[in-house]
Design a binder for this molecule. Structure first.
Ligand code: AMP
Ligand code: ZN
Length: 139
């Protein structure tokens, strides 16, 4: 399904032009207009899914392999030294466009250094055990 009010549905389906890196039956991969580094790309499904929990099996099966393909293309084509896959779910997690997407972010040895960085907190063994139980019991 396509959501007529969703900008990523429009971009993915070619109704709004984009700098397209790759396209197939299910996905379009575009360059991010506010890139973290040079060549930052977004993998967009052509159907509307709000987030990873909403994604159906057919898309879920293919998306990671496509991310690997794009990342490898970046290493070869852009000469980057690595890449990050970032995927935000929910406003609190930094999701600003509510259409599932995967960021593929090229990383260069000479920077920029701190993208998607977090400040490590501390956690003792008891707390980790308790947190693990809380998640486990909700699965
Ligand atoms: P997120 O914060 O994970 O929802 O990521 C949304 C990303 O989409 C951001 O990195 C934006 O820079 C990018 N973005 C938003 N609108 C467009 C657009 N029209 N074309 C390309 N990138 C976009
Ligand atoms: Zn959409």
């Amino acid at each position: 399904m396509i959501d007529e009010s969703c900008i990523f549905c429009k971009i993915a389906n070619g109704q709004i032009p984009s700098a397209t890196v790759y396209e197939d039956e299910k996905f379009r991969v575009i360059l991010d207009m506010g890139p973290a580094t040079k060549g930052h790309a977004l993998i967009l499904p052509k159907e509307h899914f709000k987030n990873v929990c909403d994604l159906n099996e057919a898309y879920g099966k293919e998306v990671l392999a496509l991310a690997a393909k794009i990342g490898q293309g970046m290493m070869k084509g852009l000469g980057c030294d690595g890449f990050n896959l970032v995927q935000n779910n929910g406003k609190a997690a930094g999701q600003t466009v509510m259409h599932f997407h995967v960021h593929v972010i090229p990383r260069y040895a000479d920077g920029p250094k701190n993208i998607a960085a977090w400040e490590p907190q501390t956690a003792d063994g008891e707390e980790l055990k308790h947190l693990a139980e809380q998640i486990k019991n909700a699965l």
